[in-house]
Design a binder for this molecule. Structure first.
Ligand SMILES: CC(C)(COP(=O)(O)OP(=O)(O)OC[C@H]1O[C@@H](n2cnc3c(N)ncnc32)[C@H](O)[C@@H]1OP(=O)(O)O)[C@@H](O)C(=O)NCCC(=O)NCCS
Length: 196
């Protein structure tokens, strides 16, 4: 891995007083974990984010925006396995828990976090072949270079495919991403109840 973690550096498209760091899940101290949960719960109005570190006990790449000492925006990448129809299974950077605290939304923090995340993946962090996320806010990601998958979506379960119509899935092409047909089928492994 050629990307330094736990190191603060100036972002390329920075709102004032912003620093961006990245850290592996296992290197996050309890205070940082509590702050990330606070940001996610407040942004999504969703208490289930209190269990974020149960779902991601280790191995995630967290991208964090700080205003002075406070975490104000976050996104995390974990490894999953996408398969476009007729293609091999791709080692996939799956993005979750994208959140900016409500009072600081609209000031560029979320975009900066997502640009930093895309840059890190593009230079080889995690050795991923493609990035993916599920969202009901495609407009936010489209302006950052993400593309909506237009074809049919499904989970790959033990007993076959589980269609997931009506879900908004987007991908981000990395240098290693082969040519793709966004109108073809796209599947992802069923994670024991969670698909996208
Ligand atoms: C989505 C979210 C992470 C964006 O973070 P942020 O720090 O407010 O983002 P930024 O300030 O960098 O960017 C906001 C820009 O995106 C635009 N934007 C935000 N949501 C958008 C949407 N649904 N469609 C199109 N554009 C959108 C804003 O208009 C703004 O544009 P501007 O820079 O031209 O003014 C934040 O609003 C948030 O935490 N929302 C609640 C949780 C959530 O929905 N997370 C994503 C779910 S996948």
């Amino acid at each position: 891995m050629n990307h330094k973690t736990d190191q603060r550096r100036p972002p390329r498209h920075a709102p004032p007083l912003l620093t961006i760091t990245s850290a592996r899940t296992e290197n996050l101290d309890p205070l940082s974990r509590a702050s990330i949960i606070r940001v996610c719960v407040a942004a999504h109005q969703e208490e289930s984010f209190k269990h974020l570190f149960t779902y991601i006990p280790s191995g995630g790449y967290h991208f964090l925006a700080y205003q002075e000492q406070e975490i104000v925006s976050h996104a995390v990448v974990t490894t999953r396995w996408l398969q476009p129809e007729g293609m091999p299974i791709f080692r996939t950077a799956y993005v979750d828990a994208v959140a900016t605290i409500p009072v600081l939304q609209g000031k560029g923090y979320g975009s900066t976090v997502m640009l930093e995340l895309a840059h890190a993946l593009s230079i080889g962090v995690g050795n991923y072949q493609i990035a993916c996320l599920e969202t009901d806010k495609p407009g936010f990601y489209t302006r950052l270079g993400w593309q909506s998958w237009r074809g049919p979506l499904a989970g790959r379960g033990e007993n076959g495919l589980i269609p997931t119509p009506g879900v908004g899935v987007m991908i981000f092409r990395l240098p290693q991403t082969p040519r793709l047909n966004l109108d073809s089928g796209l599947t992802i492994e069923d994670q024991g109840g969670r698909i996208w």
